[in-house]
Design a protein around this ligand. Structure first.
Ligand code: KIV
Ligand code: ZN
Length: 524
């Protein structure tokens, strides 16, 4: 039996780069989008929704380039229900070996009121736009946005129209995360049973997580007959996010006994892509997040550890290796050499070139001098810091911070700007505030600090801190990360990293062109 005719095969449609990226603050750079698309392709994602080509020049370029580079996955772009969107989408995805156009319109009463269309007018529009998309591309997906709040008779009517006009995938979005599992299953079951032509298309489920039910709703939809799940890595997405890819995939794998459906995902690639998405989006994964959270496989209480030592299955329903966590985590130390470091990086999912290895090795030695044992998480933080040291205009030369007892602190900073060294002294409410003020004294800017987040990478007072900073200036968002055993130094580096990226994005795109040309409010 081929995969296409296998009735138990569930297609994984990843929308991290479209629905995920439209989450405020999760903006990724062009190269980051290409990297994530490459990882999705490699892990066996069937369809990658690479972006919304008409939204901006940047989205268009990213979707086009992802389409040109895709090896296995279908590459899909999003388009509203108008010819200009659909043409632009086709222009971008046509380069893919397997292109798809995904066009949508809001069909619930609230959404119909926005363009002020009657039911009949909207039905005609759906017919016209799906036909237009189908004339350009063999593979068309259609979505009635807010399907779960659309009247049953109207939903059935427009789904039939889209099928007749040539859509081969009908996606049923729960746009506001309103539905519940039993409803989700029933809706798909009823559409398949009652809409003429339904047996010839694939039904997809696209759930948002506003009530924390996205994973359950997606799996219920599959039980009702859906065979495509739309999801994102780490559940990234607007508001409470989308269905998390790692959750539905692992649920289908671990509970195959009661959910006899399968995907083509190589689950051992999950951890690596999860970490990369967390880093490039600046959205850290919560520690107790299912599957990919730092604590998902940690067993700290005495009773758990005792059970685990006797039999891992006592408290583990899946093996860490199944999601790409190495079972053992032997720390490196200051005597470990380059070969051991490369070996460790490979185990963690990184293939690094000689130059990158050299860079990481220098950082590793510096860290090993300060810290007795260097754990996997320390290495991951180093890789992130090394890969972030891209082009830069600003570079910290030295930083000295003195803290007073009343919370006041003073930072003395030396920083290179375009190769010229500057110095500033600033006082602030604590060491981080003083340091950021010193950076602004040397490099005045109007960027607003949207997020400042510190995490200890490992346990112990000598642990590295990873710091994430998100800045916003004139609608342009940039994130910066750094790791250091000194939290203030990591904070300064992360701040300067975000400022560098902001400056570079602005130089490359020219004023104003980096922001979305259309609002994503048109989508959600
Ligand atoms: O949530 C939603 O309805 C969407 C559509 C564009 C499919 O993201
Ligand atoms: Zn969505």
């Amino acid at each position: 039996m081929t995969q296409a005719t296998d009735k138990d095969r569930v297609w994984i449609f990843d929308t991290t780069l479209r629905d995920g990226e439209q989450s405020p603050g999760a903006t990724m750079t062009h190269n980051e989008k290409l990297e994530i698309a490459g990882l999705l392709d490699e892990m066996g994602v069937d369809i990658i929704e690479a972006g919304f080509p008409i939204a901006s020049e940047g989205d268009f370029k990213a979707v086009s380039e992802i389409a040109m580079n895709s090896e296995h996955s279908v590459i899909c772009g999003l388009a509203r229900a108008n010819f200009a969107d659909i043409d632009r989408c086709w222009e971008a995805v046509q380069h893919a070996g397997k292109p798809r156009i995904h066009t949508f319109i809001g069909t619930s009463p609230l959404h119909r009121a926005i363009p002020n269309l009657t039911r009949d007018e909207m039905a005609d529009k759906i017919h016209e736009t799906v036909t237009h998309a189908r004339n350009l591309c063999d593979n068309v997906q259609w979505s009635p946005m807010d399907a779960t709040r659309t009247e049953w008779d109207y939903l059935a009517r427009v789904v039939e129209i889209a099928i007749k006009a040539g859509a081969s995938t009908i996606n049923i979005p729960d746009t506001v995360g309103y539905t519940a599992p039993v409803e989700s299953a029933d809706l798909i079951k009823r559409l398949i049973a009652e809409v003429p032509g339904a047996e010839d298309v694939i039904f997809a489920t696209h759930c948002h997580n506003d009530l924390g039910m996205a994973t359950a709703n997606s799996l219920a939809a599959v039980a009702g007959g859906a065979r495509q799940i739309e999801c994102t890595i780490n559940g990234l997405g607007e508001r409470a996010g989308n269905t998390a890819l790692e959750e539905v995939v692992m649920a289908l794998k671990v509970r195959h006994d009661i959910m006899p459906w399968h995907t083509a995902i190589d689950t051992r690639k999950i951890m690596h892509i999860s970490r990369r998405v967390a880093t490039v989006s600046g959205f850290a994964v919560q520690f107790n997040k299912a599957i990919v959270g730092k604590n998902a496989f940690a067993h700290e209480s005495g009773i758990h550890q005792d059970g685990m030592l006797k039999n891992a299955e006592t408290f583990e329903i899946m093996r860490p290796e199944d999601v790409g966590l190495s079972g053992t985590s032997l720390p490196l130390g200051k005597h470990s050499g380059r070969a051991a470091l490369r070996d460790k990086l490979n185990t963690l999912g990184y293939e690094v070139g000689d130059n990158q290895l050299k860079d990481i090795f220098v950082r590793f030695k510096e860290l090993a001098d300060r810290k007795k044992e260097v754990f996997d998480d320390d290495i991951l933080a180093l890789v992130t810091a090394a890969s972030e040291s891209d082009e830069h205009r600003l570079e910290i030369v030295s930083l000295k911070v003195t803290c007073g007892t009343a919370g006041q602190a003073e930072a003395v900073l030396e920083m290179d700007v375009d190769g010229v060294e500057h110095q500033a002294t600033a006082q602030g409410d604590g060491p981080v505030d003083a340091t950021f003020k010193a950076v602004r004294a040397i490099h005045p800017n109007a960027a607003r600090l949207q997020l400042y987040q510190v995490n200890a990478v490992t346990a112990g007072t000598d642990a590295q801190a990873t710091v994430s900073v998100r800045l916003e200036e004139d609608g342009v968002i940039s994130t910066g990360q750094s790791a250091n055993t000194d939290t203030v130094v990591a904070s300064a580096e992360a701040y300067v990293h975000a400022l560098n990226r902001l400056a570079i994005r602005r130089e490359k795109s020219g004023p104003g062109t980096d922001t979305r040309e259309i609002s994503y409010k048109d989508v959600h």
